[in-house]
Design a protein around this ligand. Structure first.
Ligand SMILES: [Zn+2]
Ligand SMILES: [Zn+2]
Length: 274
């Protein structure tokens, strides 16, 4: 097993429509200040045009006409900061089981220009699962059988589909925030830990050479309060019982959030606090 803790592998940018709007360089400068050796600029790739417009409060991804400027800006920063920090550029892709052809086409199109990527589930049955507790309970769950149990099962089923999906040569290696379905678990308690399902997903992903986004942003969300990768799973990986490559991810949407959660990640691994 490998834990990459000198790399913030999940950082949003000035192109994020629900971020702070600060220029991307501020995120990089913060990462340098904190002593990171590597940073991945990972912006939300646009959703398929045929996806029925999901009811969200803020735009979830950048627009398609921003993709080229995003790449241009980020790749210029990659050059500018080389020698100080290794800047990888890529996208956070939404895994949408009904749109894999479209997604594969876009990955083929932009894949050759990027160095990194994350594949995440933010939508189930066309509904966003992590925006607001009320939306999750009143609008999302009814579409997933009406119970938390049903919703969680659908999420983990979709996660296995993500791992197995044929998205071509440029399929991103890293699975984003594994337990995002637990986003509101403090007010709507999770119906279980789903250890068997998660263990199976991790084994399968590992055998395919994938990586895990050791995403710590859940701990700063009031209704989540825990890392998106559960501690029991980290312990299994740390002990060698499960083999998996884990990359720390702050999921920063503003520059001061870069590196947040690293102390807790190190604490989980017993690396010591500093
Ligand atoms: Zn975001
Ligand atoms: Zn995400």
């Amino acid at each position: 097993m490998v834990f990459h803790l000198d790399w913030d592998g999940h950082v949003h940018t000035g192109f994020c429509p629900h971020g702070s709007g600060e220029p991307s360089r501020m995120y990089i400068e913060r990462a340098i200040e904190l002593g990171f050796r590597k940073i991945s600029l990972i912006e939300h790739f646009p959703l398929p045009p045929d996806l029925p417009q999901p009811p969200t409060l803020l735009p979830v991804t950048m627009e398609m006409d921003k993709v080229a400027p995003y790449l241009e800006d980020s790749l210029a920063l990659r050059d500018e900061f080389s020698g100080q920090i290794d800047v990888l550029v890529g996208f956070e892709w939404d895994f949408l089981p009904d749109f894999t052809d479209w997604t594969r086409g876009q990955m083929d199109r932009f894949g050759p220009r990027v160095q990194d990527g994350i594949l995440s589930i933010h939508f189930l049955k066309g509904m966003i699962i992590d925006e607001a507790a009320e939306i999750f309970m009143c609008q999302v769950l009814p579409k997933l059988g009406g119970t938390l149990e049903g919703g969680y099962r659908e999420y983990y089923r979709t996660l296995m589909m993500l791992v197995r999906a044929d998205l071509g040569e440029f399929k991103p290696r890293r699975i984003g925030h594994l337990n995002l379905i637990r986003r509101f678990q403090k007010i709507y308690p999770a119906p279980g830990e789903f250890r068997d399902e998660l263990t199976e997903i991790v084994r399968e992903a590992s055998s395919r050479g994938m990586q895990l986004d050791m995403n710590m942003s859940g701990i700063r969300r009031k209704y989540n309060g825990e890392p998106y990768v559960p501690e029991w799973l980290i312990r299994k990986i740390a002990s060698g019982e499960l083999q998996f490559d884990c990359v720390f991810g702050s999921d920063a949407h503003r520059s001061h959030e870069v590196g947040l959660g690293l102390v807790e990640a190190k604490g989980m691994l017993g690396v010591g606090r500093y």
